[in-house]
Design a protein around this ligand. Sequence first.
Ligand code: DC
Length: 226
Amino acid sequence: MSDFVSVAIDGPAGAGKSTIARRVAAELGYLYVDTGAIYRTVGYHMSLMGIGPKDTDGIRRCLDDVNIDVRYGEDGLQHMILNGADVTDAIRTPEMSAMASGVATQSCVRDYLLDMQRNLARTNNVLMDGRDIGTVVLPNATVKIFLTASVGVRAERRFKELVAKGQDVKYEDIYTDIVKRDEQDMNRPIAPLRCADDAEVVDSSQMSIDQVVAELKAIIRKKAGK
Ligand code: DC
């Protein structure tokens, strides 16, 4: 058994996982690992190489050239380094959301990223968010949380977030993207998005960020004793 505490937070796109998880991790002094950013980085590399998300052979071949480093700035923010270049901002577009969801259906990509994610939890107290953390990556996590919200609420949050970043997006497109991504993430044969049997479900549809943060900290305190 590891001496480190691991908190797995899974849930669908736009449920607020990263905003909430980043805050909870900072308040508890845990390392925050956003695994979606790692899939986005792989997707970004494939799109630079002109390889589509369904091209299994091309992706497998190209994975040999993918060198991903997860670095943490002084501010505690997770930076994604792809072959030496910081791609933290470039991976945050609707195109890269779709690309990440696409390459994430490929077993070679999931296998390739598994050790990287597990190693981070072996050497730190972590709060890791994604789709399969409680079910596949850290099945023995100290605490498992499934954070969800209605599709309408998630689309609205994602829309506001992208508009605030100055991106020219339409609400209807974001809504359709989220429905498509849910469908792809939940129905893929390998490591689909699903709630672990021993996870606590938190529906954030009617909750403020502060309320969700408080709720998660209470769950973690109860289960991890800290
Ligand atoms: O959390 P996110 O929206 O940044 O994730 C982007 C995509 O990556 C998501 O649609 C599915 C995939 N993903 C995954 O399959 N497994 C994870 N643990 C995290 C993300």
